[in-house]
Write a protein that binds this ligand. Sequence first.
Ligand code: MCA
Ligand code: AMP
Length: 494
Amino acid sequence: MTFSNPLYDALFAPHIDQCTPFLHLPDGNSLSHKDFLELSAQFAHYFCEIGLVAGDRVAAQVTKSPEALALYAACVQAGLVFLPLNTAYTSDELSYFIADSGAKLLITDHESQHDCRCETLESLIQASNDYPISFETVARSEDDLAALLYTSGTTGRAKGVMLSQKNLLSNAQALVKYWQFTEQDVLIHALPIFHTHGLFVACNVMLLAGGSMIFMPKFDIDTLINIGIPEATCMMGVPTFYTRLLADSRFSKELCQHIRLFISGSAPLLSQTHTEFEQRTGHRILERYGMTETSMNTSNPYDGERRAGTVGFPLPDIEIRVADPETHASLPNGEIGSIEVRGDNVFQGYWQMPEKTAEEFCADGFFITGDLGLIDERGYLHIVGRNKDLIISGGYNIYPKEIETVLDDQPNVAESAVIGIPHPDLGEAAIAVLVAQPNETIDLEAITATLNKSLARYKHPRTLLTVASLPRNSMGKVQKNLLRQEYQDMFIEL
Ligand code: MCA
Ligand code: AMP
């Protein structure tokens, strides 16, 4: 079968005349598939009207709403490349993404000025109001780009991850099948929609399956307990969702009686959380593993044993190997090595960064994830660490290098180290350890003000500490493991 626009034809087109609910909103209203697709068709007309052509990038930094999601559908239908941005990003961060991607249009909540056409979502909705409610889908091939998602790097600048129609569609197809999603499913959607988890794993899967979503503006424990869980059949979340639910005495087995599946990902789920969750609800959380660059790679089985502390098996048609980090040869089961992946899910490369792309692929096409793991005797993948300096806090990635670069530039700072330490709510939280220039004092308030201007709030270290010197090994490298040990109990109630 040939498609004119594989992603649109599979995810959206089948629902054009479907009047059943697609999005259930917390105020009790709902939006049907048909309403949603009419709105997105109007947006698509608007995009064409202002001169956007297939392949142009459309950036959106907007609060989560049905309209915000319709921007994604409109981009797919009009052949545009959707570039969703975290609402926490500062104006400085935004400028970089706009310049790097060459976006033609930026859509925001409030008026803004950047080096491209800027519109508020409100003005776009108004301007689109008079356009027809159907739109002739722009033809795209499976290798054309559908989305560009930025991910910060361990060194230097954030990189645009180029995701093709095939990357997204193949993964949605694999997940619908593997997790047995159908049009009967009602998914609790409390994740943000500017990352792979909330946008592609959740929305693409539900669109393909034809089910509906309880579409919450953000994670809110009361809405989840009062409306979400009693009405839904499944939930996708980061581990913090699960620890917060367990910390709430209202969360019970009875509340979950209609739920068939709880899925966790984006950060490690502690075995303890897995066990406590089963004890409380009788459900074993299904943990899976993915990345922005690859979408989902592995998953615990739907029917088989979901093993705590593991991320399961490779998804169908996706190859995973645990390899020697130097030679990239596969290691025997049980040995720890570099996790590498190959398949239709793997992205096309980093936007306009061919060297960076080349560095992260092996000659035989396997992508080097930067995660370290082992495959156990039963074939389950365990993630045991990271070969990259990365903190995952509440499911958001924080790259220490990015924060250290800002900190090192501040008056009287000789050097800094940003580390992740255990945090009961967020899994890990960032703290910064600073060393002053000789005989100088660091003005911590001034540093906080600078961080506010330059970096999204979630990236800010929860604490700034000053010390006389940083521990170093004989090669002069900062020993972050020693710092992590020293401060490991900072957020844990003893
Ligand atoms: C909010 N804050 C955070 C985080 N979230 N700080 C560190 N880490 C965080 N994750 C800060 C805010 O800036 C604010 O700071 C304060 O905490 C409270 O903010 P609020 O919005 O009220 O927080 P919350 O609602 O409690 O949010 C926590 C959350 C949220 C629900 C865990 O972070 C979340 O939805 N995380 C999911 C992230 C996600 O979707 N990741 C998937 C990435 P202040 O009060 O000081 O101003 S995709 C991915 O990783 C791959 C592909 C995969 O495998 O899925
Ligand atoms: P991102 O760059 O936001 O796509 O984050 C991807 C990273 O999140 C992966 O490389 C892993 O380090 C981590 N990750 C995702 N899912 C899991 C999981 N289930 N367990 C442990 N780490 C995970």
